[in-house]
Design a protein around this ligand. Structure first.
Ligand code: ADP
Ligand code: MG
Length: 409
């Protein structure tokens, strides 16, 4: 790990210390105002328990939703503080503002081992503009920073980038939390020098958001399996009829280039599940990819494609998967995605490193019931794509270098 981590810090360093912790508590709130799926909160618990056990005084920062730079009660983190308090069995305080006198006073009141959650960072307009004054206000609350919000690490915001820089400018350390460390270990380091064959599976709605990933992965992988609506644009580039399928006409050229670059490495679906409408009650047909009719829509990859992809995954020693193979939210078009999820899990059972990134892909592996069999399912959709595309993450760049790296340079 090139970045300094929380795991490297001993309890002596942490006890009694005010530590600023950027977490990802961007969870769904239900109509009654309580937290829905609390998976994101749970994923941060190892970091928070470590800080508590060491006797640190943790000040937690997170955004929730898009309040647009001003207080919006529907995006308050107060229900999150309640849920966190249940999960931590007490010792959690909440401040009704993100920066200012109330936040300062609340941070000052903390005892060793207590946690304070500040109100939504995006209630302040300076968060998304990475305002140095806001970063300085937060930096004045502590002298150590823990970045654990992998899901927001691709944003250069005040709490993810400005604050860790301000802490370091003041002579403090900014370290990766336990969740952040795990994400980087699997998405970055493991895939930098993967055991081969290395197989990538890409799908999802849009080629435009993922073409950088295609280009970044092609030279590194042994196979790139492509499905989902993304594949439709490649079909267009091959001159195939795609009916009313979701396509990006303006990306056909990109698809053509990727096919040239990829050659035999790039595998497209050979058959598809089609219907006139993509809905739950759809009457479907399974056809070779050159028999899609006008007016039809491609909703999933077909059974022959699933077999081919399964065979590739069975041989793989490293797998990265982002994006569903079809409209998996609808039962008639879920088969391809679930089949890939099962094949990926079998590969992991057989000892391959299998990493899944992407919000919808995460839901799909959850639905297939295979999450626990995989090496790692990332918590960050956008951030994991940026890493796979080879782009640096501002929230990671801002952290201190680990001691070993510093000694070398
Ligand atoms: P992730 O969140 O895992 O990165 P994306 O957001 O890129 O994945 O894509 C997921 C979406 O792609 C899903 O909502 C799915 O319904 C849609 N999708 C996949 N295949 C198709 C298709 N053939 N036609 C239309 N939409 C599709
Ligand atoms: Mg998505």
């Amino acid at each position: 790990m090139s970045k300094k981590t929380l795991a490297e810090l001993s309890s002596d360093v942490l006890v009694g210390r005010h530590v600023l912790v950027r977490v990802d508590f961007n969870v769904p709130l239900q109509d009654d105002g309580t937290v829905g799926d609390d998976a994101r909160i749970r994923r941060t618990l190892p970091t928070l328990r470590r800080l508590r056990d060491a006797g640190a005084r943790a000040v937690l920062l997170s955004h929730l939703g898009r309040p647009g730079g001003e207080p919006d009660p529907t995006c308050s983190l107060e229900p999150v503080a309640d849920r966190l308090s249940e999960l931590m069995e007490g010792g959690v305080r909440f401040a009704g503002e993100t920066a200012g006198e109330e936040a300062e006073a609340a941070a000052g009141d903390l005892d060793d081992g207590e946690l304070l959650l500040l109100e939504n960072t995006r209630f302040h307009p300076g968060e998304t503009t990475n305002d140095p004054e806001l970063a300085a206000a937060w930096a004045s609350l502590g002298d150590l920073y823990v970045g654990d919000a992998f899901g927001t690490a691709h944003r250069a915001h005040a709490s993810t980038a400005g604050l860790p820089r301000a802490i370091r400018d003041a002579g403090g350390d900014a370290v990766a939390g336990l969740l952040m460390e795990k994400e980087l270990r699997f998405l970055d380091e493991a895939l930098a020098d993967p055991e081969r064959p290395f197989v990538a599976v890409l799908g999802g709605a849009k080629i435009s958001g993922k073409i950088d990933v295609v280009h970044a992965l092609l030279p590194r992988v042994d196979r790139l399996l492509l499905g989902g609506a993304m594949a439709n644009t490649f079909f267009l580039a091959l001159g195939l009829e795609v009916g009313e399928s979701l396509v990006e006409e303006d990306r056909v050229e990109m698809a053509r280039e990727a096919m040239e670059e990829g050659g035999e490495k790039l595998l497209l679906p050979v058959d598809c599940v089609v219907a006139e409408e993509l809905d739950t009650g759809a009457t479907t047909r399974t056809v070779p990819r050159d028999e899609v009719k006008e007016g039809e829509r491609i909703g999933d990859v077909g059974p022959r494609t699933r077999e081919i992809f399964a065979a590739e995954l069975a041989r793989a020693r490293s797998v990265v998967w982002n994006g569903p193979m079809g409209v998996f939210e609808l039962t008639p078009f879920a088969g391809g995605t679930l089949a890939v999820a099962r094949s990926a899990a079998e590969a992991a059972d057989a000892g391959a490193l299998v990493v899944v990134g992407g919000g919808d892909s995460g839901s799909a592996v959850e639905e297939a019931g295979v999450t626990d069999r995989l090496t790692h399912v990332s918590t960050g959709g956008g951030a994991s794509l940026e890493l796979l595309a080879g782009n640096p993450l501002p929230g990671v760049e801002a952290l201190s270098e680990s001691a070993e790296v510093e000694e070398e340079t």
